[in-house]
Design a binder for this molecule. Sequence first.
Ligand code: GDP
Length: 445
Amino acid sequence: LVFESLGERLEGVFKRFRGQGKLTEENVGEGLREVRLALLEADVNFKVVKDFVDRVREKSLGQEVMKSLTPGQQVVKIVHEELVGLLGGSTTELDLRGKTPAGIMMVGLQGSGKTTSAGKIALWLRREKKMKPYLVPADVYRPAAIDQLTKLAGQIGVPVYPSTPDMNPVDICADALSRAREEGCNVILYDTAGRLHIDEPLMEELSRIKDKCAPAEILFVADAMTGQDAVNVAKSFDERLDISGVVLTKMDGDARGGAALSIKSVTGKAVKFVGLGEALSEMEVFHPDRIASRILGMGDVMTLIEKAQTTIDEDEAKALQDKMREASFNFEDFRVQMRRLKKLGSLEGLLKLIPGMGKLSQQLGGLNMPEKELGRVEAMIDSMTRDERRRPELLNKSRKARIAKGSGATVAEVEQLCANFTQMRAMMQNMMGGGKKGKKGLPAM
Ligand code: GDP
């Protein structure tokens, strides 16, 4: 299983932070020694590990920490963020804009999975992007390579260039490009030759193909199981060809994940796809955030992260509390919270995240709205003008009628919403100990 051992190691580290009152230089230092070992054991590049640990230390001891989380949760959150960064940040899609057909050149060492990945990507482009791919076998040195890709093309029903071993690879690619255009294909995949090691004649050939065909993407295909070797080879290919991304194959057999965790930091180029098996469907787009969550996804670690991420930040919570106390909480605020609530699942869940609101959420049990109801409420609030949302007291009979009409609700429903809102606001104000000084009672609606 991918990243299994790393995940287990990290979970052990996080457990140690539980029950600790606060993050200190000492306990962070101890925890990070373990994180460092775990990453090195996962075969992550040592320089990458050092930078990673330094950043986590800085963030853990710095000001970016949220007081509403426990020390363990803080560390998990920071490690998660940094892992996402290591893996490349956000998902990097293929960029096939520009000339048609768009070219994708597959490069890499022999046996890395180029031919298989060319077939997988062709299938993916057809299924997911509704594109018309064209496949080009350009490895004339290993005769079986041409057969292999031709067979794959047949399996997925994609046209393939009739290469023969006596042809020149650069000519093949150039001619295939015009064929693909004639056949109305909008994406063309070149499966180039590989060698056991990097050698100059191969690099020369690859750069000539690049110059001639100007592909939109040059994808370096790497066998994840070769760990740091894959990273080093990627670096050499990038220096020579300026690759646009990486396909990491055989992740299904790699429990360590060192290549995935180092390649972006070392080469600056993102992993775009991962191969997870021999079959043509066994490929996925590489999503750094999902992978990071998967690494940390053992036990209850995931829940912690989710909670940390949905926790309202402290300034916002403070502003909200003030508004509640002064009963100036309006429909605008309500809508913001409602949208958040949709993600969270329930009003109760939301209120629990606001400090001091736990009790209120129990009292509001009856206000728990199901998903569908929320949609209707949101439609009504959307139909209000900005002024009305900010000053609910403006809502008179004719305005309510207009809102009902605009949102497809009945006037009674709008009345009900306003009544509920007033009630909720009163309860909030009560809970927050407001209303003693200042305005008495509630503004009429
Ligand atoms: P090429 O020489 O770079 O074209 O490599 P191939 O595409 O011929 O792949 C070499 C071997 O690796 C073949 O046996 C493939 O079936 C296998 N392979 C390729 N990708 C994956 C993958 O993601 N997972 C697994 N388990 N095997 C793979």
